[in-house]
Design a protein around this ligand. Structure first.
Ligand code: ADP
Ligand code: MG
Length: 339
């Protein structure tokens, strides 16, 4: 029998990987904004047109890229964030898989403009399908701008599968909330079809929550805080009187990364037991800080799931911390310790 196995060409492999990383416009927003955060930016602009189906652009004032790095950044498994397998247990960045830009370039038109502080001019790279233009000099601010156009231009099934603009924009806003809440010290601007949806100046966490969800949120927040060997807990929970029938405002962040975790969610809900109106859900903005070597975030390409070594201890500590704050709130309504 003849040998029949072949290594796939890069662009095919990238397109396959893209299927997991990029489900919809919101996935691109997440990857680009996370890269901007990892680049040490203090100001990040998100510019969207047509709910991300026409344009997704992220402009940052971070450290920028050299020409070599810009060319490498769109290769698969190319990253500046880890070097060795051991680094996976000491993650301090949002990214580490080195596949977002390669995936996005495989399924959309990509335009990168970037300038490092020490360089007088910037450089620009355009990738449209298999056409990769030579980088050319461009006048731009320090930092990086990445524009993604015509998402899924070469995968009609995916493009047709996208939901209405209202639904896709909702997903984008959800991703934006998650990253804006995790980084209150960063200034964010978010434009959709030329109108500004969010303008978030640098602030503390409480102020950021209020700027994102509106002035009325302030009186609803109860601070929580705990410091143990296993985990440091910070953030806010909603007062029982202000809980909602929707599950909208429920956020866990582990080492400043938004994660979904039904086990920890249960810990919080059970702490609210007996305090909630029937059918109501607690709101929470909970930041868990743990030793990076005690978690595994590399469970899914989107990195929104996490495995804890000590999940039972986490559950117990979280539950009692929330209970404690709810109790304290009843006797001391003005208690506050801002992050
Ligand atoms: P990862 O974030 O996992 O490293 P990406 O494909 O998202 O992988 O990005 C590849 C590399 O490109 C990053 O490691 C980083 O060095 C560089 N990069 C991407 N976006 C930016 C940005 N906005 N500013 C500076 N460098 C960036
Ligand atoms: Mg990345």
């Amino acid at each position: 029998m003849a040998d029949i196995i072949q290594l796939l060409p890069d662009h095919v492999a990238n397109q396959i990987a893209a299927g997991e990383v990029v489900q919809r416009p919101a996935s691109v927003v997440k990857e680009l904004v996370e890269n901007a955060v990892d680049a040490g930016s203090t100001v990040i602009q998100l510019i969207i047109k047509g709910a991300g189906k026409t344009l997704i652009q992220v402009v940052d004032n971070g450290k920028g890229m050299s020409e070599r790095d810009m060319l490498l950044s769109v290769q698969r498994h190319a990253t500046s964030k880890i070097r060795t397998a051991e680094d996976l247990f000491q993650l301090h960045t949002k990214g580490f898989r080195g596949e977002a830009l390669a995936s996005i370039a495989a399924i959309a038109h990509l335009e990168i403009s970037t300038r490092e502080e020490d360089n007088e001019v910037g450089i620009q790279l355009k990738i449209e399908g298999s056409t990769i233009n030579d980088p050319k000099p461009i006048a731009c601010e320090k930092g990086t701008s990445i524009a993604v156009k015509n998402l899924f231009f070469n995968i009609p099934a995916r493009r047709n599968f996208l939901k209405s603009d209202t639904v896709e924009l909702r997903h984008i806003i959800d991703e934006f909330h998650r990253i804006a809440l995790a980084h209150p010290d960063i200034h964010f601007d978010f434009f959709h079809n030329n109108s500004e949806l969010f303008k978030l100046p640098p602030s503390n966490l409480r102020q950021r929550i209020v700027n994102v969800f509106g002035g009325k949120t302030n009186e609803k927040l109860v601070p929580i805080k705990e410091d143990t060997d296993v985990v440091k807990i910070n953030g806010f929970i909603s007062k029982p009187a202000f809980t909602k029938k929707t599950r909208g405002q429920q956020f866990f962040f582990v080492n400043n990364r938004f994660v979904k975790n039904s086990y920890l969610h249960h810990a919080v809900s059970s702490a609210f037991e007996g305090l909630l109106k029937p059918g109501h859900h607690p709101g929470y903005f909970i930041f868990l800080e743990v030793d990076p070597s005690s978690i595994d975030i590399n469970i899914h390409p989107t990195k929104t799931e996490v495995k804890f070594d000590e999940d039972q201890a986490m559950y117990a500590i979280l539950r009692s911390t929330v209970k404690h704050s709810l109790g304290q709130f009843n006797v001391a309504p003005v208690l506050d310790f801002d992050r």
